[in-house]
Design a protein around this ligand. Structure first.
Ligand code: PLP
Length: 271
C-alpha cells in the first residue's frame, strides 16, 4: 500500500491540499453520475477531486441522448496540467468514451506507476443508453485491467469484459488478464431482496457484503462507489477497508436518494 501523500507532506510543509484523486470521467448534465458523482463522493470520503473530462454527455435521469468525447490530446493535457500541481495519490476512471482515450489513460498510468488506480469499467449508462462503442471499448479495456489496483464491474460489465457468462469463471478470466483486485457488484443479478458484492484480491475472495435491495433504479451509484473507494485509497486505507467504508457510505446515500421526475432514476443524495 502506498502513502505518497505522507511523503509530500514530509517534503513540503506548505502543501495543505487534501490527498487528491484525479478522475478521468464524463460530464452528466443531470448531476447524478459522471464527474459530479465523482467530485461529491470523493469530497465525502475526505479527499480532494481533480478531473480530466473525457466526454460531454447529453442525458437526463431517464435516458442518454448522445455524447461528444474529448480528444485524447485534450484529455492528457488536462491531466498533465495538474500532475505536478496537486498531491495526486490515486486515479479513478469512469466513462472514457473512445478507445483513443483508453490508450491515452494507459500511457498516462505507465508514467505514474506509484498512483493507485480504480477502474470503473463503464460501458453503458444504467438507463441502458450508449456511452461508446461497446465492442471496441471492451477490447481496449484489456490494456487498463493489469494497471488497476481494483476494478469495480457490475456483473453485466464483468461478463462483457471477460466474454464469459458464468460470474465465477468471468472473475477468474479477469485475473488471467492481469487484474489485481476485483469488486464484483451484484446489483444486476436476480436477487429480489438483497444485493451481494464480492471482493477478490489476487484471485481469492476476501470479503463479501450483502445489503437489502432498495426500491427503484439509481443514477450514478457505480460512479459514487468507485470514487469513494478511490478517495479512501488516496488517504491510505487498505483495499478491504476502502471497499467496506465505501459500501457503508453508498447504502446511506442511496437510502436518501431523490427522485427527479416520475420515471427518472433516483439521484443519490451524497451530502
Ligand atoms: N459516467 C457518465 C458520464 C455517465 O453518464 C454514466 C451513466 O449515465 C456513468 C458514468 C455510469 O453511471 P452509473 O454509476 O449509474 O453506472
Amino acid at each position: 500500500m502506498k502513502y505518497a501523500y505522507t511523503k509530500v507532506i514530509e517534503s513540503n510543509k506548505d502543501i495543505t491540499v487534501r490527498p487528491t484523486v484525479l478522475c478521468f470521467s464524463g460530464l452528466d448534465p443531470s448531476g447524478g453520475a459522471g464527474i459530479q458523482a465523482d467530485i461529491e463522493a470523493i469530497g465525502q470520503s475526505g479527499a480532494h477531486a481533480a478531473v480530466a473530462c473525457t466526454a460531454l454527455t447529453i442525458q437526463n435521469s431517464q435516458q442518454v441522448f448522445g455524447f461528444e468525447a474529448t480528444s485524447s490530446q485534450l484529455l492528457l493535457a488536462q491531466a498533465n496540467a495538474v500532475v505536478n500541481d496537486l498531491p495526486i495519490t490515486c486515479v479513478k476512471s469512469g466513462m472514457l468514451g473512445t478507445t483513443d482515450n483508453i490508450a491515452a489513460l494507459a500511457d498516462f498510468l505507465a508514467l505514474h506507476p506509484d498512483y493507485h488506480y480504480v477502474l470503473d469499467p463503464v460501458l453503458v449508462a444504467n438507463s441502458g443508453g450508449s456511452l461508446g462503442n461497446l465492442e471496441t471499448l471492451v477490447k481496449a479495456f484489456a490494456q487498463l485491467i493489469p494497471l488497476a489496483s481494483i476494478i469495480t464491474p457490475n456483473t453485466v460489465e464483468l461478463r462483457a469484459l471477460a466474454g464469459e457468462q458464468d460470474p465465477e469463471r468471468a472473475t477468474a478470466k479477469l485475473f488471467e488478464m492481469g487484474a489485481k483486485a476485483i469488486l464484483v457488484k451484484g446489483g444486476h443479478e436476480d436477487t429480489p431482496d438483497y444485493i451481494r458484492n464480492a471482493l477478490y484480491i489476487d484471485g481469492v475472495m476476501v470479503a463479501e457484503s450483502r445489503c437489502p435491495r432498495l426500491d427503484g433504479e439509481y443514477h450514478g451509484s457505480g460512479c459514487s462507489l468507485a470514487s469513494f473507494i478511490a478517495g479512501r485509497l488516496a488517504q491510505g486505507d487498505y483495499l478491504k477497508q476502502a471497499v467496506q467504508h465505501a459500501e457503508t457510505w453508498l447504502f446511506g446515500v442511496l437510502q436518501q436518494a431523490e427522485t427527479p421526475v416520475e420515471n427518472g432514476q433516483k439521484i443519490p443524495k451524497r451530502f
